[in-house]
Design a protein around this ligand. Structure first.
Ligand SMILES: Nc1ncnc2c1ncn2[C@@H]1O[C@H](COP(=O)(O)OP(=O)(O)O)[C@@H](O)[C@H]1O
Ligand SMILES: Cc1ncc(COP(=O)(O)O)c(N)n1
Length: 565
């Protein structure tokens, strides 16, 4: 993320420092509805790995219900739990049968969880009948989880009923206990006792009515509209949102694999909300993830009907030979115990260690190019607020990054390596000062430590404290490598467009053209490849994990302005 490139482009630094301005950002909590007097709610804050409970039915074919929820929760970075309300016999073609076990046993499941575990968010899906609904209601009233998302599942995409018709009145009594309700157009119509909306305007109108009647925020979904657009909107006029209607646009993805989209959306929203504490930011994170999951659904080849979405599309597929080329970031300290990472690393030879790292970076690099921020920066349509946020976070990041580089210098096995990392650490601080002196001096942007910056710097400092030079250089490498590649691409695009002077980010894009930085990046790659070739299988695995984690943070850093500016 960071313009180390500018180290070589911008004039030498002033001695100004930003560290006194760095204060940790407060958790955004405005859209949360804490339950007074509830120990669970009091204990729950925004969490990095939220503990999310799905109360829903089982879909043995894996595309909807509990199974979709657990995948979505994991895909969004949560710890998933499941209390099963009903068993269905279904596949991608339809629901063959439904069995609802005694409600008393559901209560036992729920109590077993809440007696022991703090629940950061609950997602409620298929409930089956009125007795189950009453059971869930009385448990919610007792436990009062901080985030409750209710997907009022009534009829499956296939047309089969998943809630007894006689239970619709009981379901209405549950609505006020939810923070977010996520009906599809048919369910929304039933809940407001109106005909099904066929236009987006009517759907929003119905959403407003449901929000007013329940006090909850309504996520109005455009999945069943006709046409090429597929918008979603958060609706609440009670001041819980920045505006009464917050619409997030989306294109319709041409696929028949929409089995479980509603389940996946609602559990993903519960997870993101517990992590971000803001419904709008959550929807802006979840919607592109869901679109990617729909887009990549065909790769799964599951069933002959309406197939499941690809929840883990943003994680990396194995190569044809079965060798993993990437994956979810796993803390470096756990890598030694991770057999998959170990066997991946054990196959590596010295010559191809850097190449392996580069392959591991590929999916995150691809995702960076798809980000709104990067596309907006290239096109000149990026809003200034987001650019300013990025600059401010970059300056803060560089300060922490410089400490990690200085630590690499201290641990370096040769004088050449010691010098290289020390020089890089110093240049980093010079760029930080330069950012304050020039780019940031004309902008009024808060200089507070953002959540992604904090996590990234924490990761680097943890790698610094690991005591392993090899792991630390693997962790610092993506900031050179991915930034250099993205910068070169953006600069090439800028030149291809005739380097237009009127481009609002022309000056910034020009800083990307820097052969000295490209050379420094090549050296950094070699510096990381070298100890990688000599490392034990365990240490190679730890390096790979540390590297992947930083790649993911590079992606998140570029995306942070959209979420947090
Ligand atoms: N073909 C599609 N392309 C893009 N997004 C879609 C598509 N179908 C559904 N979605 C999205 O999936 C989510 C679930 O929507 P919807 O299909 O309306 O609900 P349900 O699955 O409950 O019937 C929404 O975010 C919606 O915008
Ligand atoms: C157990 C269970 N829960 C919910 C749904 C609805 O999902 P969809 O509307 O996408 O079919 C389902 N089919 N099965």
């Amino acid at each position: 993320m960071s313009p180390l490139a500018s180290t070589y482009v911008l004039p030498p630094a002033s001695s100004e420092s930003s560290s006194s301005q760095e204060t940790q950002s407060a958790a955004q909590g405005s859209a949360r509805r804490p339950a007074p007097g509830s120990s669970t709610a009091a204990a729950a804050g925004v969490r990095h790995t939220p503990r999310v409970l799905s109360i829903a039915g089982s879909d043995p074919s894996g595309g909807a219900g509990i199974q979709a929820d657990l995948k979505s929760i994991a895909a969004l970075g949560g710890y998933g739990m499941a209390a099963i309300t009903a068993l269905t016999a279904q596949n991608t073609r339809g629901v063959r049968d439904v069995h609802v076990p005694p409600a008393g046993f559901l209560r036992q499941q729920l109590d077993a969880i809440s007696d022991d575990i703090t629940i950061d968010a609950v997602k409620i899906g298929m409930l089956g009948n009125a007795e189950v609904i009453d059971t869930v209601r009385s448990w919610l009233e007792k436990v009062r989880p901080a985030v409750v998302v209710l997907d009022p599942v009534m009829v499956a995409t296939s047309g089969d009923r998943l809630l007894e018709e006689s239970a619709e009145a009981a379901l209405r009594t549950l609505l006020p206990l939810a923070d977010l309700i996520t009906p599809n157009l048919a369910e929304l119509a039933i809940l407001v006792a109106a005909p099904r909306a066929h236009s987006w305007a009517t759907a929003l109108e119905q959403g407003k009515r449901l929000a007013a009647a329940t006090g909850a925020t309504i996520l109005v979904k455009g999945g069943h509209l006709d046409g090429g657009a597929c918008p979603d909107a958060l609706v609440n006029a009670g001041g819980l949102l920045s505006r009464p209607v917050v619409e997030v646009a989306g294109d319709r993805i041409p696929t028949r694999n929409s089995h479980g989209t509603g389940c996946s959306l609602s559990s993903a929203m519960a997870t993101a909300q517990a992590r971000l504490g803001d419904w709008e930011a959550s929807l802006r994170e979840v919607k592109p993830w869901l679109a990617g999951a729909l887009q990549a659904s065909g790769l799964l080849e599951v069933g002959s009907g309406s197939g499941p979405i690809n929840h883990f599309h943003h994680f990396h597929q194995p190569e044809a030979g079965g060798k993993p080329v990437g994956g979810a970031p796993v803390p470096a300290e756990s890598a030694a115990g991770d057999p998959a990472a170990q066997s991946a690393a054990a196959e590596l030879t010295g010559e191809d260690f850097a190449a392996t790292l580069r392959r591991a970076a590929a999916p995150d690099l691809d995702a960076i190019y798809r980000l709104e921020f990067i596309r907006g920066l290239a096109a000149g349509t990026l809003v200034e607020d987001q650019f300013a946020y990025y600059l401010a976070q970059d300056a803060i990041y560089l300060n922490g990054y410089s400490r990690a580089l200085a630590r690499a210098s201290a641990l370096a096995p040769t004088e050449a390596a010691q010098l290289f990392w020390a020089r890089s650490a110093q240049q980093c601080l010079e760029v930080e000062s330069e950012l304050h002196r020039t780019w940031l001096s004309t902008r009024t942007v808060e200089r507070i430590l953002g959540p992604v910056t904090k996590s990234y710097v924490d990761h680097l400092l943890a790698a610094s404290a690991s005591g392993s030079y090899a792991v630390l250089v693997a962790a610092v490498l993506p900031c050179f490598w991915l930034y250099a590649e993205v910068g070169q691409t953006l600069h090439a695009q800028f030149l291809a467009a005739g380097a237009p002077e009127a481009h609002p980010y022309a000056e910034w894009l020009r800083t990307y053209a820097d052969e000295d930085f490209a050379q420094a990046t090549r050296e950094a790659i070699a510096m990381a490849g070298e100890p990688g070739s000599k490392a034990s299988a365990d240490e190679q695995a730890a390096m790979l994990q540390a590297f992947r984690h930083s790649c993911r943070f590079e992606l998140d850093f570029f995306d942070a302005p959209r979420l947090h500016a």
